[in-house]
Write a protein that binds this ligand. Structure first.
Ligand code: NDP
Length: 278
């Protein structure tokens, strides 16, 4: 029987550990505040922003909300970020993506000081990860590592295949698996013989952004499958990039959607906020 990796429980455990840490830090007179910036009224962004605020409240971090209309200029947004960079009370700055088309996301990411880059998207944070130095790590891939470790799944020496090479998931995921001494392959839309490559994996991480694309023909018998994807299907139900029902009898462990990787992203954001105080 496959192990169903319970991201809800693991993320709750992490948040409870962080809550304790934050309480101890408070006794030492150290407090934390996360600045959350939202632009426009995208409903999905509002849900994410609210969930982040709730998580802050749960673990005892203050969240400072800045909600701007869609019409805010790039310069005004960058000025706000610069002001928050200088604000000693603020430990972390998060700008909810995507931003309206007239604002350059890269410029926004680069303007956040790396010391407060709790999303781990700044080029300096990414660079630090790639050369094995300290820095904030992108939350979703960091969450995947926690899921594996806390489920007792060994990474060192394993064949790890990551399908997807985005800057926020695929690439940092591959770097983190390498840091854990996995033997790592990154596959993408130009990869030849994707099925053969994927079938090499002891640990297959799928971040391809295509609903249910990965079925059992991509999965080695007994592999661990981590499904980062998240989509709503025609019946408005959530599903991942992996065809769960088709692969379940072939895997030794798997993350479900929902309840797998999803809840980990916010837990790791909170973890980054706490390390920014420490
Ligand atoms: P992107 O669309 O940025 O990247 C998708 C990657 O998949 C690209 O590198 C692309 O290759 C590759 N790809 C696309 N089609 C194929 C194919 N047919 N064969 C092989 N590779 C292919 O997505 P993200 O990385 O941002 O997200 C991936 C998934 O994870 C999405 O479903 C997203 O919703 C989800 N997600 C979930 C999060 C969570 O908290 N659970 C957080 C972030 C994302 P190429 O580079 O060649 O174009």
């Amino acid at each position: 029987m496959a192990l169903i990796i319970d991201g809800k429980k693991i993320s709750k455990d992490i948040k409870d550990e962080l809550k304790e840490k934050v309480a101890k830090l408070k006794q030492e007179g150290k407090t934390a505040a996360l600045a959350v910036i939202q632009v426009g009224e995208d409903p999905a962004s509002s849900v994410y922003v609210n969930n982040k605020k709730k998580a802050c409240e749960y673990i005892g971090i203050e969240s400072l909300s800045f909600h701007f209309p869609e019409t805010i200029t790039e310069e005004e947004l960058l000025d706000k970020i610069k002001e928050l960079n200088e604000d000693e009370k603020v430990n972390g700055i998060l700008v909810q993506l995507p931003l309206p088309k007239h604002i350059d996301e890269d410029k926004v990411i680069k303007t956040i000081t790396p010391e407060k880059d709790v999303d781990g998207f700044h080029p300096q944070s990414v660079g630090a990860l790639s050369i094995g130095q300290k820095g904030f790590v992108s939350c979703t891939p960091a969450g995947v590592i926690q899921l594996l470790k806390r489920s007792g799944i060994e990474i060192a020496g394993k064949e790890c295949v990551v399908i997807g090479r985005s800057n926020i998931v695929g690439k940092p995921m591959a770097l983190l698996l390498l840091r854990e001494n996995g033997t790592v392959t990154i596959a993408h839309s130009k990869t030849a013989n994707l099925k053969e490559v994927a079938k090499r994996a002891d640990i297959l991480v799928v971040a391809v952004g295509k609903p249910k694309m990965i079925d059992s023909s991509y999965v080695k018998e007994g592999a661990v499958v981590i499904d980062v994807g998240i989509h709503r299907n025609a019946e408005n139900k959530l599903c991942g990039d992996v065809d769960y029902d088709d692969v379940i009898d072939h895997v030794s462990a798997i993350t479900p959607v929902p309840g797998g990787v999803g809840p980990m992203t916010i837990a790791m954001l909170m973890s980054n906020c706490v390390s920014s105080i420490e």
